[in-house]
Design a protein around this ligand. Structure first.
Ligand code: PGA
Length: 253
């Protein structure tokens, strides 16, 4: 097992500032001291700063859902990595499949975003994963290799001391179809080996590998038992503080 386990709640485009703060308050009431697991909350951009103020002294970390690759400039609507840091983030999700499919982000863009995140001292959570068609036609590992080799281009061992990779099969996101534990273990093993081959064994072991896609309180224990699963990236179920806390407690156990 690599480092401390990590559970990330991706709240996507859900939540005004008051709604975000309310979820944090409810979760904090239920959260006992759980040092074995990093819990990262990723609310919408507009709620990040208020959340960071509310999270001071609470056992949660803050993450953003996306980042632009440039430092600053005429990029209407975009948010630079240093601004995320300024708003109190320590983590950022990069290359989520919704960004890839709905906003045309390709592997080269993901790579630029990863570089920007690391340059701003954010922990990047780079998402990879095959579509249903790629899985059905035996192209899962070909696609993962492409996503990883381009996504991690021009990165070196010293850049990856606190890196996270989230394996999120596109067909499992928001669909209720969770990947089987055998499929998750197979892919996570493959990613760990890939990292060891491309970088070195310590880097591979230090990279936290998360699974994401229809995670819920019922399937958490099974998923966390899969080999090389260091954590979970949770969408829908993380919006419900009861369910999210159940996931965190099960994963930490
Ligand atoms: P889901 O989303 O848990 O709702 O499937 C996961 C994700 O998009 O990261």
């Amino acid at each position: 097992m690599a480092q401390k386990k990590i559970i990330v709640g991706n709240w996507k485009m859900h939540g005004t500032i008051p709604e975000t703060l309310k979820k944090i308050t409810v979760m904090n009431r239920k959260m006992q001291d759980m040092p074995e697991v990093d819990v990262v909350l990723a609310p919408p951009f507009t709620a990040l700063y208020s959340a960071s103020v509310a999270l001071q002294d609470l056992p949660f970390k803050l993450g953003a859902q996306d980042v632009h690759w440039e430092v600053e400039g005429a990029y209407t609507g975009e948010v630079a990595a240093s601004f995320l840091k300024d708003a109190g983030c320590d983590f950022v999700i990069v290359g989520h499949s919704e960004r890839r499919t709905l906003f045309n982000e390709d592997d080269e863009i993901v790579n630029k975003k990863v570089h920007a995140a690391l340059a701003a001292d954010l922990v990047a959570i780079m998402c990879v994963g095959e579509t249903e068609e790629e899985r059905n036609t035996g192209k899962t590992f070909e696609r993962l290799e492409e996503q990883l080799s381009i996504g991690l281009a021009e990165l070196h061992v010293h850049d990856l001391e606190a890196f996270c990779i989230a394996y999120e099969p596109v067909w499992a996101i928001g669909t209720g179809k969770v990947a089987e534990v055998g499929q998750v273990g197979e892919v996570h093993d493959w990613i760990r080996n890939y990292m060891a081959k491309q970088f070195d064994a310590p880097t591979a072991n230090n990279t936290r590998l998360l699974y994401g896609g229809s995670v819920n309180p019922e399937n958490t224990a099974t998923l966390m038992k899969a080999k090389n699963v260091d954590g979970l990236l949770v969408g829908g179920a993380s919006l419900d503080p009861e369910k999210f806390m159940a996931i965190i407690k099960t994963a930490a156990a």
